[in-house]
Design a binder for this molecule. Sequence first.
Ligand SMILES: C[S@@+](CC[C@H](N)C(=O)[O-])C[C@H]1O[C@@H](n2cnc3c(N)ncnc32)[C@H](O)[C@@H]1O
Ligand SMILES: [Zn+2]
Length: 268
Amino acid sequence: MECAQNILNILKCPNCDNGLYIKDKGLKCDNGHFFDFAKEGYVNLLLPNQKKTKNPGDDEIMAKARDIFLKAGYFEKLRNKISEMYDFSYKTVLDAGCGTGYYIKDIASKAISTIGVDISKSAVKIAAKNDKKTFYIVSSIFDLPIKDNSIDCIINIFAPKPQQEFQRVLKNGGFIIEVVPGKNHLKQLKETIYQQEFKPIVEKYAFTKFEIMASHKLTYVENISSISDYENLLKMTPFWYNGGQKILNNLNLMQITFDFIINIWRKK
Ligand SMILES: C[S@@+](CC[C@H](N)C(=O)[O-])C[C@H]1O[C@@H](n2cnc3c(N)ncnc32)[C@H](O)[C@@H]1O
Ligand SMILES: [Zn+2]
């Protein structure tokens, strides 16, 4: 999307923290730092010294697979639950670690402003093509180019959890909707890949400096209807590089458990 004034008001330059304004098909600050809009409409605010690798975050294979798998509907129940959880109509919502924008796109039709941030350029490129209402930024969520106390709600789904940075950008009383995998998430796949009984990792609460308001569970089973859906599911997870590639040809179509924990955290 075009960067609307209410979004501009809350962005800051990743170099010098000054405000940003639109100039010559990009964003500029008073110190002359300039970031051009990509043709898809997003902006890359990730500085070279903030990168640990050449292309950080999900690579193109993972991002494309995630986009196709999510669009096939297997996560629709989770998306609907999140979108229906709150009245987002007067809210500025940030999706931190937005991937291909599947969740924030749904909220965009209800909220005042929506912003998606991900360190993966491949994922943000897809997100910006999919969703013309949200403003997408390539950046690390550990160093957000967003002013203090400017966000009403952060959604953080299967993504890293920079709690200090979330505290800084959230308004007082602002909240986080966090989604983490439940203990049975994709358990049939894990058992097939690791060929042993699956011992789940017990998730610890991540946002210790926030107040927990609610915790919901969402569990359902889906028939994976084609080998290509399996391939995309494997490619969007670390399984692909840990034996997933090898087992694809021997997989029988099966039922897969989707298991999520949705935590709501309030800024104290
Ligand atoms: C498992 S994916 C989830 C994506 C999306 N929330 C979803 O559920 O479809 C994790 C995402 O976090 C992103 N990510 C990893 N480290 C990051 C960082 N430091 N800053 C921003 N995004 C990051 C990855 O590029 C990837 O898109
Ligand atoms: Zn600057």
